[in-house]
Design a protein around this ligand. Structure first.
Ligand code: SF4
Length: 400
């Protein structure tokens, strides 16, 4: 009897940083090339893969919630938990109904093969010949150039779950970007845990960017995140090339020097302010965004005020506010004078209100100016080049 074979449908969700997004993007492509069909999470799927984050307890909670939801929506699907949260809680995740596999950061990129070999879905009657099919409508792609971290900031679990720093070969980065360009992508975001420490065969981040600009025709190049001590005159001089997006995500974490010291960050607020001035001297309109932790252990009212006032002074385009979250195994987890949840909430709310104010001021500064619009592919495809738009009012929700 000629039984019709079943194409295996895979859905993905991603939590956390841009590095995770880059990895999910690469994984999606691997699944497509292996003959699986990619569907979105609202549709029916046979496999659901969640690329997890564990940077806060909220990220952990979201991961458990998404897995439970996926099981409720598709009770027969094979659920896979992958990535950072798995590194220290694989057994807990495997207890969630429907979760059949939990794979850490090292093995997750082999998932297409692992799943075929696991017998969970590769039974007789399944067809792995869906073919490489890409109907991508996005214009922005995330490319991983580096992974891991050697810094061990006192609050951070990342070096424990991602390991030490390793950089992707320069040639591979260039090939991947050229491949994205040939598939119609207009923008590439270079991602990693600590991209400022990129070093492959003696080539640093400046040199990598320079090579990308020379050897690819990508229209827009963006960096995911930098630390202030990595912002040097030679790096910033590259922004004279307009293909580099004037957006700098510069992690601050606290605007108080004593807190920064306890966090084991490698800069002071003066270093930070100098980095911001340097950026603005070359890219005056640049969007500078940041992360702030409210309620780090021992953070006094005065230290919080210092942090708040420093953020106000910097004129950020966006502030990502996190309430400090204890992570087992990190130095800050056992620091004395942990801040109560009520105080953390109050400080987070104050920072969030400041973030809104700062964003509104940043967007308002463009009213009446003409800008190159980098929104949806649809709009981009209507013209031969990126169209110019003039902002006449403050858009309700504009994304950087
Ligand atoms: S630099 Fe600090 S915050 Fe960033 S990943 Fe490394 S340890 Fe974590």
């Amino acid at each position: 009897m000629n039984r019709e074979k079943k194409i295996i449908r895979v859905a993905f969700d991603t939590l956390g940083c841009k590095l995770n997004q880059a990895e999910t993007e690469a994984l999606t492509e691997k699944f497509m090339k292996s003959g699986y069909r990619i569907v979105n999470t609202e549709e029916e799927f046979d496999i659901y893969i969640l690329n997890t984050c564990t940077v806060t307890h909220i990220a952990d909670r979201k991961a458990r919630h998404l897995l439970r939801m996926a099981h409720r929506r598709n009770p027969n699907a094979v659920l896979v938990a992958a990535g950072c949260y798995v590194e220290h809680a694989a057994n807990d995740l495997l207890k969630i109904e429907g979760v059949k596999l939990a794979v850490g950061n090292k093995e997750k990129m082999n998932l297409p093969q692992l799943l075929k070999e696991s017998g969970l879905v590769a039974a007789d009657g399944y067809d792995f010949s869906a073919g490489y099919h890409c109907d991508n409508q996005r214009t922005r792609s995330f490319i991983r150039i580096q992974d891991g971290c050697n810094n061990f900031c006192s609050y951070c679990i990342v070096p424990y779950v991602r390991g030490r720093e390793k950089s992707v070969p320069t040639e591979q980065v260039v090939t991947e970007i050229n491949d994205k360009v040939s598939h119609g992508f207009k923008e590439v975001v270079l991602t990693g845990t600590e991209i400022g420490s990129y070093n492959y065969d003696g080539l640093n981040l400046n040199e990598l960017i320079d090579i990308i600009l020379k050897e690819t025709s990508i229209e827009r190049l963006r960096l995911s995140s930098l630390q202030p001590q990595e912002v040097t005159p030679s790096l910033i001089s590259l922004w004279k090339d307009k293909r580099l997006c004037p957006h700098f995500h510069l992690s601050l974490q606290s605007g108080s020097d004593s807190v920064l010291k306890r966090m084991r960050r490698l800069y002071t607020t003066d270093d930070y302010a100098n980095a911001v001035s340097l950026i603005r001297s070359v890219a005056g309109d640049a969007a500078i965004t940041t992360d702030i932790i409210a309620g780090f252990p021992g953070e006094s009212d005065d230290e919080f005020s210092e942090s708040y006032n420093f953020c106000k002074k910097m004129g950020f385009a966006r502030i990502h506010v996190f309430s400090y979250s204890k992570r087992r195994g990190t130095a800050a987890n056992i620091m004395p004078n942990q801040i109560s949840p009520q105080v953390k909430k109050k400080r987070s709310d104050l920072m969030l209100a400041l973030a809104e104010e700062a964003a509104a001021a940043f967007y308002s500064s463009f009213i009446g100016k003409s800008l190159k619009y980098s929104g949806s592919r649809k709009i981009m495809e209507t013209g031969t080049d990126i169209p110019e738009i003039t902002l006449r009012y403050l858009p309700k929700a504009i994304k950087i």
